[in-house]
Design a protein around this ligand. Structure first.
Ligand code: MSP
Length: 638
């Protein structure tokens, strides 16, 4: 049987979800619902990536165990996916025993292929990616994704013979053009592999929070090998009951699609298939990479500090409006910018006007004319032909992952229905002829058109689609494309008074209210004696750092630009201490840094953190807070 298995990446639990994570999850939801609509048996997997150094560190900064941090963030993910009507069938956490068993089995199989060996590993390491880069890949010594300085790292690791798989991988890209999508990403991956593949390290000894590496005491499995395995461990690979694995992964007629952001393409299109080939498991059918949501021309991310959290928009406009915006505004595969302004424009134009008004006008006319839906079904060639085109174009777009075009098709059809109603003027006919057959015919064709449009809309906006069905007196279940045939609208069903699906928003008033609440929103008041709780204090992440470079900020008397080694990364921090300290005298000092401060620009120079100093005397002259020379950089201060 034809099956369809779709996955999102599993999300790190050191960050709360933002628009970027929601996008990948909504796209996968739309895609899986679409395959359900066309009648396939589907399975949708999402989950969380809970091991590794970043999580270990984020938890330590809050003074809690990694699993506690994971539990808190996972609860937030569950809540959010419920809010967004995400219909996933499973949610895997990499800390679950079923996952660990599967990872161990994959590692054992890779080992059995003779693809693992022990060696010393040295290289430039980006702690945020948890990955090594070659000198050439760095941009000005910084990680190309996070734009943070990479740190030199050296340790004994288990290596995987990735080099052995360059040929079979290239063969796969060549013979299966759908393996990496869209086309520009496929070309990118091919040229990366054509340039030659180096073996990669797949274990860590400096990290404790992970799956112990089978047969290699002291090592844990590299977080990416651990994480990627989720796509099969969640199906029961490596456990006694592997029925789902057989149904969705081994099935020759099944499709297996990974949806990801372009930043994690290499892991999915190169490493993952190589691991699978080595372990003797089938490959996924496709890896589809989407672009980034940008804000101020930069990728939205926690480390840049420019993320949009969905809470206010969902509260004010409902989940479907945001689902619509994300799917309509971004051409799948390309980058797009997020702004409240663009969101509100689309909300008013596309949702309040095109969709909401069309639906409420037609249902109100039916109610006015008959008190119910129209009495008689009819054939109306103009709308039937428009429907035939819409259905065809929709399928083509959706099969090509061009979701924005899928939506355009629905909107074109709605506008055709609208044009039909306006040109037939049923309100006039009603006045002239009363409840005539002609009125019934126009309203039937329009209502039936809207019902069919609501069917196509279901993958994108499930609750709106159901509301429209209900409003027309049609059964509000999960629709199937096969049932979206002309003439199935039940006639004579009671029609409820039309509620506005998307009430129009006064954009200027919305922004004014938002500004006002931002001004009056004060942070939670401290206890009356001014004391804060330990949890409040733990929100500030303090770590030790060693100054490795220092220079004056040009044209400033006060500011020095410091490069500070925080153990796993280097940070640029600007400090107002130039009047008291010569830059040369700062190098080598062990200082204390606020590591989770939002980055800021001082005299045009980016500062990613803050150096602590005591302020002395009336003038508040800074005196650096220093720690003993033998305290390693990156130690937590609490
Ligand atoms: N844990 C890894 C994935 C392991 S999959 C075996 C990871 N997690 S993540 O939480 O950092 O990111 C998950 C997904 O969110 C990625 O697909 C990433 O591209 C996406 N997004 C995060 N920020 C984004 C934007 N600003 N825009 C669009 N998507 C981006 O990577």
């Amino acid at each position: 049987m034809k099956t369809f298995y779709a996955t999102t990446p599993i999300y790190y639990v050191n960050d709360l979800p933002h628009i970027g994570h929601i996008y990948t999850t909504v796209v996968t939801d739309v895609l899986t619902r679409y395959h359900r609509l066309v009648g396939e048996k589907t399975r949708y997997l999402t989950g969380t990536d809970e091991h590794g150094q970043n999580i270990e560190r984020a938890a330590a900064a809050q003074g809690i165990a990694p699993i506690e941090l994971a539990n808190q963030v996972v609860a937030r993910y569950h809540e959010l996916w419920r809010t967004f009507d995400i219909a996933h069938d499973d949610f895997i956490r990499t800390t679950e025993p079923r996952h660990r068993r599967g990872v161990e089995e994959i590692v054992r199989r890779i080992e059995a292929s003779g693809d693992l060996y022990l060696d010393r590993h040295e290289g430039w390491y980006c702690a945020s990616c948890e990955a090594f880069y070659t000198e050439k890949e760095l941009v000005d010594g910084k990680c190309p994704v996070h734009e943070k300085p990479a740190a030199w790292q050296s340790e004994e690791n288990v290596f995987f013979r990735l080099s052995k798989y360059a040929k079979p991988l290239l063969e796969t890209y060549r013979t299966r053009p759908d393996f990496v999508r869209p086309e520009n990403r496929r070309a990118e991956v091919m040229s990366f592999v054509e340039a030659g593949l180096k073996d990669i390290s797949v274990s860590r000894t400096n990290v404790k929070w992970g799956v112990p590496f089978p047969g290699r005491p002291g090592h844990v499995v590299y977080v990416w090998l651990d994480a990627l395995s989720n796509y099969v461990t969640a199906l029961g690979f490596g456990s006694e009951d592997d029925a789902l694995y057989r149904e969705f992964w081994l099935n020759a007629e099944g499709r297996r699609v990974h949806l990801i952001g372009k930043d994690i393409l290499r892991f999915h299109a190169v490493y993952w298939p190589a691991f699978l080939l080595s372990a003797g498991l089938p490959l996924p059918t496709s890896v589809w990479a989407h672009g980034w949501w940008l804000r101020d021309a930069k990728k939205m991310s926690k480390s840049v500090g420019n993320v949009v959290r969905p809470d206010a928009l969902v509260r004010d406009f409902g989940p479907d409006a945001l689902r619509y915006f994300l799917m309509r505004e971004m051409a799948f595969g390309q980058d797009a910018s997020f702004s409240d302004q663009a969101f509100l424009e689309r909300y008013n134009a596309d949702l309040a006007n095109d969709l909401g008004n069309t639906v409420s006008r037609i249902s109100a006319l039916c109610r006015q004319a008959f008190g119910t839906s129209p009495p008689e079904p009819c054939e109306e060639n103009e709308i039937i032909a428009a429907w035939g085109r819409a259905r065809q174009d929709y399928r083509t777009a959706m099969d090509d992952f061009a979701f924005h075009r899928g939506l355009e098709t629905i909107w074109r059809f709605l506008s055709e229905i609208n044009g039909y109603v306006v040109s037939r003027e049923p309100w006039k006919v009603l006045k002239d002829e009363g409840r005539s057959g002609r009125v019934s015919r126009i309203l039937y064709a329009a209502s039936e058109g809207v019902r069919l449009a609501a069917g196509l809309l279901w993958p994108f906006m499930p609750s709106t689609s159901r509301k429209i069905f209900a409003l027309l007196g049609a059964a509000p279940e999960d629709p199937k494309l096969a049932d979206l045939e002309w003439g199935r609208l039940p006639t004579g069903a009671a029609i409820a008074p039309a509620e506005a699906l998307f009430p129009r928003v006064d954009t200027a008033a919305y922004f004014a209210a938002k500004e006002e609440s931002a001004m009056t929103d004060t942070p939670a008041a401290p206890e009356s004696d001014g004391r804060i709780s330990i949890q409040d204090f733990q929100r500030v992440q303090l770590v030790t750092g060693r100054v490795v470079e220092a220079e004056r900020v040009p044209k400033s008397n006060k500011l020095v630009r410091l490069q500070v080694d925080l153990g796993s990364e280097r940070r640029q921090v600007v400090a107002g201490i130039a009047a008291q300290y010569e830059p040369e005298a700062l190098v080598g000092r062990n200082v204390v840094i606020v590591a989770n401060l939002k980055p800021a620009k001082l005299m045009g120079v980016e500062s990613d953190g803050m150096v602590l100093a005591a302020t002395v005397g009336e003038a508040g002259e800074p005196s650096l807070l220093e720690v003993a020379a033998d305290v390693p950089p990156g130690s937590t201060v609490k």
